[in-house]
Design a protein around this ligand. Structure first.
Ligand code: KDG
Ligand code: MG
Length: 469
C-alpha cells in the first residue's frame, strides 16, 4: 500500500505544478517530480483505500485488464460491457443500453471510461462508482449514468463470481422467494386488450399493465396503433431510420382510459392486479383527474403521470386521489428520487437500474424508500438488456421493500447473443444460483447482428406543437 502523499496534497495542485517545473534542481525535487507525473497520469491515490485481499481469503489481488464494449442488434440495439480481469477466465458482463442514444454511451465507455479502469481493482465497486460519478466533474445525465451502470453491473458480476455467490447473496441474501412480475397487455380496442390480458393470466401472470389505442389518435404510447399487438412489438425492425411522430390529445385519452379499466374490471374480476402507464404525458391537473377517475377500479399503480422535472406537482395528484402512484423511469440521478420519497408523494419508485447507475445506486434508492414506506418497481422494458433485468431481480429478492417488477420475454435471437437472466414462473421472476449476475455475452454471435440506427417515436398535438411521447 502506498503511503498517503499528504505533503503533496497539502501543497495544492497549482503550487505543485510550479514545483514540478523546477524539479531538476535537486534529487528530492526529482523524486517528487516522479510522484507528480504519477499523480497526473493515474488515480494512484486510489490505492490508499487499502488493497483488497480478494473477496475470498487467500485469493491474489485482482486488476482490470480490459473493458470491451459490444454494440449489437439481435432484434433491437444493445450496448454490452465486458470487464476483463487479471484472473484468467474471470470477467464481468454489464448492460449499458440507452434506447436511441446507444452510440453515445458506447463512445463514452470506449473513449473516456475504459482508460480510467485498466489496472484498477474491480472489487472496489463503491470507490469506482464514486470515481466515475464525481471524478469527471461533469456529473450525471443519461449517457454518463448508463455507462456507469454498465460498468457497475459488470463489477458486481465479477465480485459474485469471485466469491462464488449469486449477487443477491452479496446484497444481504433472500428476503422473498421470487419477484412479483407484471407484463403488458395492449390492443386496438378494449376487447383486444382483454384477450391479451387473458393470455397473460393463462401464462401465470397475476398483474397486467393495460394500454389501449385512443380513437382518432394515430398511435399512443404502449399501444399497437392500427397494427395487431404482435406486429407492433416495438422491435427495431418496426422502427424507422428517423423517428415516427405520433399524435396525442389529452381530452380523448382522459375519457377513454377510465372506461378501459371499468371494462377490464368487469371482465377480469377483482383479483387481477391492473396497472397503467401515462408515460409522462399529462399536466398536473389532468393527472389528478385521471388518478381520481381510476379510483373505483383499484389499480396496483398509475405510472409516470408527469414529466420527470415536475416532482412538486405530485402533491396535487395526491390531494385528489388514493390511486397508488409510481414514478421514475426517466430519472438518472439518485437525487431525483429524494423529494418524491421523503414526502411520500409516490408509492412505488421505478428507476431504471441501467440508467441511474446500476446496483450500487439502486441499493441506496431502495434503502431510502424503505425508510418512507415506498416500494420499488424497477423499470424492466425490452430495450434494456438481460444483465439489467438480472440486476433488477437480484435487488428485488434481497430488499425488504420490493413492490413489483416489470418484465419482458426476450426473443431467441437476443438470447443467442446474451444468455442467462431471470426466469418467469407462476407470476414471479427469479434468478438462478449461478455466481454473479448469471448472464453471459457471446461476442461472436453479437457480430452477426450489427447496430442499426433506430429512434423512439416522438409525439405532437393536433396543432403541431411538441408533446411528450
Ligand atoms: O425506451 C423507452 C422505453 O423503455 C419505455 O417507453 C418503456 O415506459 C416504458 C415502460 O414502462 O416499460
Ligand atoms: Mg413506463
Amino acid at each position: 500500500m502506498h503511503k498517503p502523499l499528504s505533503n503533496i496534497s497539502q501543497m495544492g495542485r497549482r503550487g505543485f505544478l510550479g514545483l514540478a517545473g523546477v524539479a531538476a534542481l535537486s534529487d528530492s525535487l526529482l523524486s517528487r517530480k516522479r510522484v507528480v507525473r504519477a499523480l497526473l497520469a493515474k488515480d494512484t491515490l486510489a490505492e490508499n483505500t487499502g488493497s483488497s485481499a480478494g473477496s475470498s481469503r487467500g485469493l491474489p489481488p485482482l486488476k482490470i485488464t480490459d473493458v470491451r464494449v459490444i454494440v449489437t442488434c439481435p432484434d433491437r440495439n444493445y450496448v454490452l460491457v465486458k470487464v476483463l480481469t487479471s484472473e484468467p477466465g474471470l470477467y464481468g458482463v454489464g448492460d449499458a443500453t440507452l434506447n436511441g442514444r446507444e452510440l453515445a454511451v458506447a463512445a463514452d465507455l470506449e473513449q473516456h471510461i475504459s482508460p480510467l479502469l485498466v489496472d484498477r481493482d474491480p472489487e472496489k465497486i463503491e470507490d469506482t462508482w464514486q470515481y466515475l460519478y464525481r471524478g469527471p466533474y461533469w456529473r450525471g445525465g443519461p449517457v454518463q449514468m448508463t455507462a456507469l451502470a454498465g460498468i457497475d453491473s459488470a463489477l458486481w458480476d465479477i465480485k459474485g463470481k469471485r466469491a462464488n455467490m449469486p449477487v443477491y447473496q452479496l446484497l444481504g441474501g433472500r428476503t422473498r422467494a421470487g419477484a412479483l412480475a407484471y407484463t403488458h397487455a395492449s390492443g386496438r380496442n378494449f376487447g383486444e386488450v382483454e384477450d391479451v390480458a387473458r393470455r397473460a393470466l393463462e401464462r401465470g401472470f397475476k398483474c397486467v399493465r393495460a394500454q389501449v389505442a385512443i380513437p382518432g389518435l394515430e398511435g399512443t404510447y404502449g399501444t399497437p396503433g392500427n397494427k395487431t399487438p404482435e406486429a407492433a412489438a416495438g422491435r427495431v425492425a418496426n422502427m424507422a431510420e428517423l423517428p415516427q411522430t405520433e399524435l396525442f390529445e389529452p381530452a380523448p385519452y382522459l375519457r377513454v382510459v377510465p372506461r378501459l379499466f371499468e371494462y377490464l374490471r368487469a371482465k377480469l374480476g377483482p383479483e387481477v392486479e391492473l396497472l397503467h402507464d401515462c408515460h409522462e404525458k399529462l399536466d398536473p391537473i389532468q393527472a389528478a383527474r385521471l388518478a381520481h377517475d381510476l379510483e373505483p377500479y383499484h389499480l396496483f399503480f398509475l405510472e409516470d403521470c408527469l414529466r420527470p422535472e415536475y416532482k412538486e406537482s405530485f402533491r396535487l395528484i395526491r390531494e385528489h386521489s388514493t390511486t397508488p402512484l409510481a414514478m421514475g423511469e426517466l430519472f438518472n440521478s439518485l437525487w431525483d428520487c429524494v423529494p418524491l420519497i421523503k414526502e411520500q408523494l409516490i408509492d412505488y419508485i421505478r428507476c431504471d437500474l441501467g440508467h441511474i447507475g446500476g446496483i450500487t445506486a439502486a441499493r441506496k434508492v431502495a434503502a431510502l424508500a424503505e425508510l418512507f414506506q415506498v416500494r420499488t418497481a424497477w423499470h424492466g422494458p425490452g430495450d434494456i438488456g438481460p444483465p439489467t433485468h438480472a440486476a433488477n431481480v437480484h435487488v428485488d429478492i434481497s430488499i425488504p421493500n420490493f413492490g413489483i417488477q416489470e418484465m419482458v420475454f426476450f426473443p431467441d435471437v437476443t438470447r443467442e447473443v446474451i444468455s442467462g437472466g431471470p426466469e418467469f414462473k407462476d407470476g414471479h421472476m427469479n434468478v438462478s444460483d449461478l455466481p454473479g449476475l448469471g448472464c453471459d455475452v457471446n461476442e461472436e454471435a453479437a457480430k452477426k447482428y450489427p447496430y442499426r440506427r433506430a429512434y423512439l417515436p416522438t409525439a405532437r398535438r393536433k396543432d403541431g406543437s411538441v408533446q411528450d411521447w
